[in-house]
Design a protein around this ligand. Structure first.
Ligand SMILES: *Cc1c(COP(=O)(O)O)cnc(C)c1O
Length: 401
């Protein structure tokens, strides 16, 4: 039994209770405890004696040793994330989502190894593969996100890892994760998933056969656009390799940021429901508009990924794309510039709605993005969806000129 399986609680309850150990939130000498672990800022840890120093050096988690190994604020967040993921042994925290991805790939790959990377991956993930991993002698093959069981034909003797991201960045293809994970396990290949869009709340990745699940906590877990962090949560089979690499790479996070992430995590269930409801309202409205070519959102019944999404996911988050029929760059810019309730900005998953233009055609290598219409990505926030819809309607007016 893994650490996360020893309580039969439902996800929303785990979000509230996770990581809240009395020894981190209370001090018997003060007569009681508080709800949240205080922000423990530390570099130096003081020992009672040399014997004490020696003994604590061997403890790897939940005993103070040195600031880089964390304090109760950090452990509380890591444990809460572990408890959200049935089948997990533990969670490591990184200063950003990209740092989590690069540290995971460095931990699990060595010179001569082969990596299968999904063609719809977040662009900085590709940059790491084509840059640093290539320099260190790791070969990357990009594969079609819709490959499904066809992944078997791409596995070579030296393939060590299959990286997935579902739905895909910018284009929102839904991968058949259980099929790919089952084949990988059968062939002795590890799988790692970028699960930032769904979080374990909507898609518990390890329970679907994935070995390592990654999140940019910057997005929905933080939820308020004011902190950056990344996480890797893994099964017992790879957990110690990831932890050793994180120690060797010196990956550490600020306890202040962990306190922000813990605050966000507690309300993830209610926020995610509202993000999903709002996004579905906006996406459904868009799908019927003459200005729109197509909407890329697996929660819509006629989306190409809907069947697999509804089989595997328990809900949708608030990030999706749509094309503007017949629109070029300039028309797209007129549309976006006219929006009053959507900030123009990267990142997503915050309480406020955001919009960015996206151009997947220039990024892909294994598949072709041939849609000539300009693509837009929306992160739907917690506003009243009627205000967002009215705003987009005004944007269409401005686009027409
Ligand atoms: C933003 C993002 C990341 C990177 O996260 P940062 O915290 O910004 O480094 C990784 N994957 C996906 C899908 C993202 O959207």
């Amino acid at each position: 039994m893994s650490k996360s399986d020893d309580q039969g609680l439902r996800p929303a309850t785990k979000l509230v209770q996770g990581g809240r150990r009395p020894e981190w939130t209370g001090d018997p000498r003060l007569g009681g405890g508080v709800v949240n672990p205080p922000v423990w800022r530390a570099s130096t840890v003081l020992y009672d004696s040399i014997a004490d120093l020696k003994a604590r050096g061997r403890a790897t988690h939940d005993k103070l040793y040195y600031g880089r190994r964390g304090t109760p604020t950090v452990w509380a967040l890591a444990d809460a994330l572990t408890e959200m993921e049935p089948g997990a042994e533990g969670t490591l925290l990184y200063p950003s989502g990209v740092a989590a991805i690069s540290a995971g790939l460095l931990a699990l790959l060595a010179p001569g190894d082969h990596l299968l990377m999904v063609d719809s991956a977040y662009e900085p993930t590709r940059l790491f593969c084509d840059g640093m991993l290539k320099r260190y002698g790791v070969t990357t093959t990009y594969y079609d996100p819709l490959v499904g069981a066809g992944i078997a034909g791409l596995i070579r003797p030296e393939t060590k890892l299959i990286f997935l991201e579902s739905p895909g960045s910018l284009t929102f293809e839904v991968q058949d994760i259980p099929a790919i994970a089952a084949i990988a396990r059968d062939r002795g290949v590890l799988t790692m998933l970028d699960n930032t869009w769904a979080t374990p709340l909507l898609f518990p990745a390890l329970a679907h056969g994935v070995d390592v699940t990654m999140m940019s906590l910057t997005k929905y877990v933080g939820g308020h656009s004011d902190a950056m962090m990344g996480s890797l949560t893994a099964t017992g089979a790879v957990w110690s390799r990831l932890r050793q690499a994180a120690y060797q790479l010196g990956q550490a996070v600020s306890p202040d940021d962990c306190a922000l992430m813990l605050r966000g995590l507690r309300t993830l269930d209610v926020r995610m429901r509202r993000h999903g409801e709002n996004a579905l309202a906006v996406a459904t409205w868009l799908a019927d508009r003459p200005e729109v070519g197509r909407v890329l959102y697996p929660a819509l019944l006629d989306d190409a990924g809907h069947a697999i999404w509804s089989r595997d996911f328990s809900g949708a988050s608030g990030l999706f794309g749509f094309t503007l029929k017949g629109a070029d760059d300039a028309a797209r810019a007129r549309f976006i510039d006219a929006l009053a309730h959507f900030g123009i900005g990267f990142s997503w998953g915050g309480y406020e709605s955001l919009v960015v233009p996206s151009d997947p055609g220039t990024i892909r290598t294994a598949t072709v993005w041939s849609d000539p219409d300009a693509l837009v990505r929306l992160s739907i926030g917690l506003e009243d969806p009627a205000d967002l819809i009215a705003d987009i309607g005004r944007g269409f007016g401005a686009m027409a000129g």
